[in-house]
Ligand binder design. Structure first.
Ligand SMILES: C[S@@+](CC[C@H](N)C(=O)[O-])C[C@H]1O[C@@H](n2cnc3c(N)ncnc32)[C@H](O)[C@@H]1O
Length: 223
């Protein structure tokens, strides 16, 4: 069974042979993943917002989607649960490093940081970003909420969603996308997110509140 990444933050299990039934043969070696929706959203960002010179994608796993859009991407992964991903990326001719992002030392800071389900606190990676550089983050691990809360360091520029295979960018005009709802307002509509945010507030790890608008990708700049 192959993992076909179709959405930011999610995987769909799809048999490769198209039969609709899972195969019983031994699992195949994991290959690189490319998400059409992520590629569309990154393309919209590059065309409509900013064309970066140097991209950092920590905690990439097998997701090579940014390489379809951006020229100069550095993939960094410690291979904690995604064994072999760095070799696969390297075999595809991509610049990938098997390293803890806390040990990573770039020759020059990057001007775009991608955070997709990274399992790490934002600041472990954002210190490698230039002032004025951009972050494209999903909120599955609370990274976008964390940046929204730390408005002394980050500004919310906009949102990107993939709707019917088309990426739509919405700008944060007059701060209308940054306002947050009280946490209690999502207790019934999004019970799992509610629990996650309660937990993160307790642990302080991913502290932050939900956005007024949910999005697949949040665009921030670093001040
Ligand atoms: C949930 S996976 C996400 C993979 C990919 N971004 C995606 O959305 O499909 C998290 C990845 O973070 C990596 N990781 C965790 N801690 C890390 C660290 N300190 N430095 C670098 N990579 C790390 C793990 O090895 C794993 O591949």
């Amino acid at each position: 069974m192959a993992k076909d990444k179709t959405k930011a933050g999610g995987f769909r299990e799809t048999p490769l042979d198209g039969s609709g039934t899972p195969r019983s043969s031994p699992p195949q070696e994991q290959g690189l993943e490319f998400s059409d929706s992520l590629v569309n959203m990154y393309t919209a960002f590059k065309d409509q917002v900013y064309n970066p010179k140097s991209v950092l994608y920590p905690s990439c796993g097998f997701d090579a989607s940014p390489s379809k859009v951006f020229d100069n991407v550095t993939f960094v992964d410690i291979e904690d649960g995604n064994q072999g991903c760095v070799k696969k990326l390297q075999e595809a001719g991509l610049h990938a490093v098997n390293q803890d992002i806390r040990e990573y030392k770039p020759a020059e800071k990057h001007d775009l940081l991608i955070l997709e389900n990274p399992s790490i606190p934002t600041e472990w990676a954002s210190r490698h970003l230039k002032s004025g550089g951009y972050v494209l983050a999903n909120n599955y691990h609370g990274n976008a909420s964390w940046m929204n809360k730390h408005s002394d360091e980050f500004s919310l520029v906009g949102l990107i969603n993939s709707v019917n295979d088309e990426a739509k960018i919405e700008r944060n005009k007059n701060g209308d996308l940054g306002a947050v709802l009280p946490l209690e307002s999502i207790r019934e509509s999004r019970p799992l997110h509610h629990l996650m945010f309660i937990h993160s507030l307790k642990t302080g790890y991913d502290e932050g509140l939900p956005f007024k608008r949910e999005a697949e990708i949040y665009i921030f700049t670093k001040k």
